[in-house]
Design a protein around this ligand. Sequence first.
Ligand code: OAD
Length: 241
Amino acid sequence: MFDAVIPFFNASNRIVVLTGAGVSAESGIPTFREAQTGLWAQFDISELATPEAFVRHPDRVWQWYAWRRDLIANCEPNPGHHALVEMESLFPDFLLVTQNVDGLHRIAGNQQVVELHGNIQRCKCFSCGRIAEQWDRTAQTPPTCQHCPGRLRPDVVWFNEQLDGATLDQALNAAATADLVLSIGTSSLVTPAAYIPQIALQANIPVIEINPNPTPLTPHVHLSIPEASGVVLPALVDALR
Ligand code: OAD
């Protein structure tokens, strides 16, 4: 089944994997852009996932993130996450770059993880930016920062916000110097994350995509595997062992 895939791995030392919400779909966490089930099909981005929305109605934004935080806290890594831990053990020069804020890659056991969009289980101050060590998780309204009069918000990247520069540079540099890049479970619609496989393609580095649905990246990749990551990744890692 993986006759076309294995040679890419055999020829590679340095592997960069970009993941998106699809990798966590089989853990029960909704994706963003799928019709009907995607979060952005049911909720308005501009009312929930922007700094402007937090200023306009902080309680609504806080409660929506509290709902997602609780949902995610009750979910576990799926076989796709576990297979990526195995992959890291087979290829020590391995970087996992994720757009997911659920933390499931680290919980599964991956070591080299870059969380491009933050982590929903953390909070930081909307004013001074300091990470909150503890806060009332049952609060219905954003708690006050321990260091300033600011209010706490989830430590995720919202629309209209910049990603952390050092984190993004690390991911882009890794993609530009990799031997192989995998793009798994992402619609490839959100930049700058979507630049990661594009940079690899520009540098003639092979890119493999795993996604049951086509994306704007699909026509350009060296190999497309149109299947669920929780199914295909364990089988792939078995074949690599
Ligand atoms: P999307 O919801 O845009 O895309 C999810 C992708 O996962 C789709 O292309 C699906 O086809 C695919 N998919 C679904 N089930 C899958 C499965 N079992 N295995 C593999 N793939 C599957 O999510 P992202 O691309 O992650 O940003 O979205 C990028 C960013 O937009 C997110 O990080 C989030 C969102 O707004 C922030 O929160 C800042």
